[in-house]
Ligand binder design. Structure first.
Ligand SMILES: [Zn+2]
Length: 114
């Protein structure tokens, strides 16, 4: 991954983190890309408002830490590689969820395995 890509993902992560810490619209914090289909945040759509608020709140904290981790990986030049199989994570996936640690295949395997 080249430096300008890294810088762009870093900026994406930083602005998302800013968004979370300033408590701006939670809805905006959740990517709408089809990329996330099947993730916990997406399933919240079927729940009551109250349950959804709680889940969003928890998801928020997790997301914040995930973003911190991703920024650390950028500093260590480990960003963009899957933590499971070591393959580069697809660009489309990084665009949608730059804080992800897993490529799509590994993530899907995790989701179906639980
Ligand atoms: Zn993988």
């Amino acid at each position: 991954m080249n430096k300008s890509d890294l810088l762009r993902y870093k900026n994406l992560l930083l602005s998302k983190q800013q968004e979370l810490s300033t408590g701006k619209s939670l809805a905006a914090a959740i990517p709408t890309a089809g990329e996330l289909r099947g993730d916990p945040v997406d399933m919240a759509a079927n729940e009551t408002d109250a349950a959804m608020q709680i889940r969003l709140h928890q998801t928020d904290g997790k997301l914040f830490r995930a973003i911190e981790d991703a920024l650390t990986r950028i500093r260590h030049e480990e960003f963009g590689l899957c933590a499971e199989c070591g393959q580069p994570i697809g660009k489309a996936r990084l665009e949608a969820v730059p804080w992800t640690r897993w490529c799509r295949d590994c993530k899907e395997r995790q989701d179906s395995g639980s």
